[in-house]
Design a protein around this ligand. Structure first.
Ligand SMILES: CC(C)(COP(=O)(O)OP(=O)(O)OC[C@H]1O[C@@H](n2cnc3c(N)ncnc32)[C@H](O)[C@@H]1OP(=O)(O)O)[C@@H](O)C(=O)NCCC(=O)NCCSC(=O)CC(=O)O
Length: 800
């Protein structure tokens, strides 16, 4: 393929159309003018500054039209433009200058002093030559046009070669995906030293003869004005959308003229995405790399919300593959838009058979949409800027008070992620001083926002620092909880708790509808954890169910893993938390830390949720307050526990003591009043054997492969059966459950489950339970649960 000089071609096709708008100067340039200016810039480079074919022309400048004109000028004289990141320190820029050895460095006034400190030939950007150089006609697609420097895991800057062909292919990918035409005006606010500023969407706009507004700096107020007046398509990183959302002018701005919104650089937080969508701003998530020109993925507009978190499918002119051939693995990319390599071949990013290694781990769902789930490379993204810890660590290691340091990305509300330096000091050390030491040597966005001092860094046996123990790993997944799934789950676990299995019954309870089995929600969490942390040993520490999950609801599981600890929350689309979960997770040979939740049997749970006798939903959400008052009312367990009759239990049989109302729809039975008084110490038990077929059905239903042991959720589900049918009024709901699994049960083994009521609070309809599951003499699981049994009739004399 041969690639035309777009400015020259468009100057012939649509000379008077506005090609470029410069927000710094307020000037606009038609295609004829831009073509002429590019020619005169080329003349100046060649005739006045002595640039020869193959030379590099470095540019240190904020975003302005002259950068784009220089790009075309370089194309005309066969030179390679190298736009430099003006956020970098002089020493970082020196590393790049050393690698690309520019024949000349052009700088705008703001960056002239920094440019001069770099040495070499420096000239002011934007001056035009006396003569002109004609358009380049056609260049071979493989010819290099410009270099874009990125850092890397080695800390050494790498110049990604961008060819003429890559620019065309990117246009075919992104221009087609957003339906870009000559009628469009795009706002280009991404820095022109990155692929984004050049390719999203400046060059594609020039390809179709549209108007590209070159935004000088990220000024949200000015950007809102442009979006409200002339712009039809915008691409930003999530931080930009956040800054726009937070601007006082956002609410009133008329954004109806913008027909296409997209983002890349890093994942858009789902709450921000939803909030913007409610305002009519439907942002499509994309994914690409400097090495891929950049466009690889862009989510369809129709899927922007339903598939939030995903990057969609690969566009037409790019091929992707997941390493290992499964549905999850390192994302490998191939196609005509992929770079031929790095300047000076400082690294080789390709597999032996020619696929680009992205360094990102992706997962493909059944629809063919991809989600980036992890990174292979040691890198984090701050405000759309990739930061390589190796580079920051190299600087930290030169600090006299630092013996050792490791840098990790941690979540940040504004920037998505920011750096945290974990430092082993050598004598007295000061965080602020360490940060300013870094600032002198690194771009501001690379300076760790947090500095933590530790006595030693976690390492594996061969001495490698275990960064995943320093950095929280987060992921989210969505599920739609279907009635038939949790009915099937209830059947599988043998659950008779009417709140789970009988929609008619459940509809009449204060929960107001069929409530998903808590253990089914837990099974979904578990299956998601298994997918994200394959091969990890995993144990639950505590589960809370502050509000019910009802049939048909879409829920999101959001998990954070730091070292051995995992925390997850499950939320409804309206933001209500339906489950929080903590547990331990260990990969490889690391052992799980001892479970801290083990408590003396019979002790009431120490953190009592605040339950008030309000509406179902308010009761639910208040229950989520975990720092509630300590248990203070209701009978204490001590001395109250009668000894269980210990009658042998048979498969499916239930033994219980005392006058317990049981059976579906038992309602506010007459036995309830008296029941409260003597309830503490009551026990109920049942026995159940799970078969291999049950485990297969469980795996099919939940996506969680239990291997060869009966999954915890099925064992814990037995307690639900007991509490659902053996409390007066039945129809109870778990609020909180803590379990310690000390052993596993195999299919074919009879599991005895027993709950003992350890405390009751009739006024609040709360019951504390002690739960034990065993196989013969072997205790498999022991724990505590707090349940809400809202249909209790309060004991006379009790107040609500
Ligand atoms: C979001 C931003 C506009 C924010 O920059 P601002 O102009 O508001 O900031 P500024 O320069 O005035 O600096 C103000 C303060 O913020 C800090 N700061 C600036 N940017 C930062 C960042 N990304 N992360 C962390 N801190 C940052 C500065 O150090 C400074 O701190 P102090 O005052 O302490 O010094 C910028 O970060 C940006 O341009 N990001 C986009 C990068 C990009 O183009 N990525 C490629 C996307 S395309 C792509 O990747 C391909 C694809 O996916 O398809």
């Amino acid at each position: 393929m041969k690639v035309p000089d777009l400015l020259a071609a468009r100057a012939g096709l649509s000379p008077d159309t506005v090609a470029l708008v410069d927000t710094l100067s307020g000037r606009e340039f038609s295609y004829a003018q831009a073509h002429d200016r590019a020619g005169r810039t080329a003349w100046r480079l060649r005739e006045e500054l002595g640039v020869r074919p193959g030379d590099r022309v470095a540019v240190l400048s904020g975003n302005r039209v002259e950068v784009i004109e220089t790009l075309f000028a370089c194309g005309r004289i066969g030179a390679l433009m190298v736009p430099l990141n003006w956020r970098l320190s002089v020493s970082e820029l020196a590393g790049i200058a050393e690698d690309c050895a520019p024949a000349v460095l052009l700088a705008d006034e703001t960056h002239l002093a920094a440019a001069q400190r770099l040495g070499g030939k420096v000239a002011v950007l934007g001056e035009l030559g006396e003569g002109g150089v004609a358009g380049w006609g056609f260049r071979d697609e493989h010819d290099p046009w410009y270099l874009l420097y990125t850092s890397g895991t080695t800390g050494r800057p790498k110049g990604v070669i961008n060819t003429f062909g890559m620019a065309v292919v990117n246009h075919l990918n992104i221009g087609t995906a957003i339906g870009l035409t000559g009628a469009d005006t795009t706002l280009n606010a991404l820095p022109t030293f990155h692929t984004g500023g050049i390719n999203l969407y400046t060059l594609p706009t020039l390809m179709v003869g549209g108007t590209a507004v070159i935004q000088h700096e990220f000024d949200p107020g000015q950007i809102l004005e442009l979006l409200s007046s002339r712009v039809t398509a915008f691409f930003g990183v999530p931080t930009m959308y956040q800054l726009l959302r937070d601007h006082p002018g956002f609410a009133a701005a008329d954004l109806s003229g913008v027909r296409s919104w997209a983002c890349g650089g890093s994942p858009m937080p789902v709450p921000l995405l939803t909030e913007l969508a409610a305002r009519g701003v439907t942002v499509r998530q994309g994914m690409g790399m400097t090495e891929t020109g950049p466009t690889v993925f862009l989510l369809d507009e129709a899927n922007a919300l339903v598939k939030a978190g995903s990057v969609g499918r690969p566009q037409a002119f790019v091929e992707v593959r997941l390493d290992g051939g499964g549905t999850e693995g390192e994302l490998l990319i191939r196609g005509p838009g992929v770079t031929p390599g790095y300047w000076n071949a400082v690294a080789d990013p390709f597999t032996e058979d020619g696929w680009l290694r992205s360094g990102d781990v992706a997962r493909r769902d059944a629809d063919g949409d991809y989600t980036i789930v992890d990174r292979v490379k040691d890198m984090y993204i701050s405000g759309g800027e990739n930061v390589y810890p190796a580079e920051v660590e190299q600087v930290l290691h030169t600090h006299p008070s630092i013996a050792e340091a490791a840098v990790v990305g941690v979540p940040d509300e504004r920037w998505g992620e920011v750096g945290k330096a974990v430092v082993v000091p050598r004598g007295p050390a000061d965080a602020a001083e360490i940060r300013s030491f870094c600032r002198e040597r690194l771009a501001g966005y690379k300076v760790p926002k947090h500095v933590e001092f530790v006595a030693e860094l976690p390492r594996n046996a061969s001495g490698k620092i275990l960064k995943n123990r320093l950095r929280p790993v987060t992921w989210t997944e969505e599920f739609v909880v279907r009635q038939e799934d949790f009915t099937a789950f209830a059947d599988l676990s043998g659950d008779d708790n009417p709140i789970h299995v009988d929609p008619d019954y459940a509809a009449t309870t204060v929960f107001g509808g069929t409530v998903a089995h808590g253990m089914f929600i837990y099974a979904l969490i578990r299956s998601a954890v298994r997918r994200h942390h394959q091969g990890a040993a995993f144990a639950v520490t505590s589960l809370m169910f502050p509000a019910p999950t009802r049939a048909g609801e879409r829920v999101t599981v959001s998990a954070t893993v730091l070292g051995d600890a995992i925390e997850a929350t499950v939320t409804r689309t309206d933001g209500t938390t339906v489950c929080t979960f903590t547990g331990t997770l260990a990969t490889g040979t690391r052992r799980l830390s001892p479970n801290p939740s083990t408590r003396t049997p019979g002790m009431p749970l120490s953190e009592e949720p605040q339950i008030s006798e309000g509406s179902p939903s308010s009761a639910g959400s208040r229950a989520s307050a975990s720092g509630g008052s300590p248990f203070s009312e209701g009978p204490s367990v001590s001395g109250a526990a009668p000894v269980s009759e210990g009658a042998p239990v048979s498969e499916g049989a239930r033994v219980s003591e005392g006058a317990v109302v049981s059976g579906k729809g038992g309602g506010e039975g007459s036995g309830a009043v008296g029941w409260w008084a003597g309830a503490v110490g009551r026990r109920a038990g049942l026995q159940r054997t799970f078969t291999v077929d049950d485990l297969t059905a469980y795996a099919r239903l939940t996506g969680d492969d239990p291997a060869h042991a009966v999954p915890e959720s099925l064992i814990a589900g037995l307690f639900s059966t007991l509490l659902g049918t053996d409390l007066p009024g039945n129809g109870t709901m778990y609020l909180k459950q803590e379990m310690t699994f000390t052993d596993s049960a195999r299919p074919g083994e009879a599991i005895g489950a027993e709950v003992t009521i350890s405390a009751v609070r009739p006024g609040k309809a709360l019951v504390n339970l002690h739960t034990v599951a065993s196989v013969g003499e072997r205790v498999v699981c022991e724990g505590e649960a707090l349940v809400m049994a809202r249909q209790f009739t309060p004991h006379q004399g009790e107040t609500s």
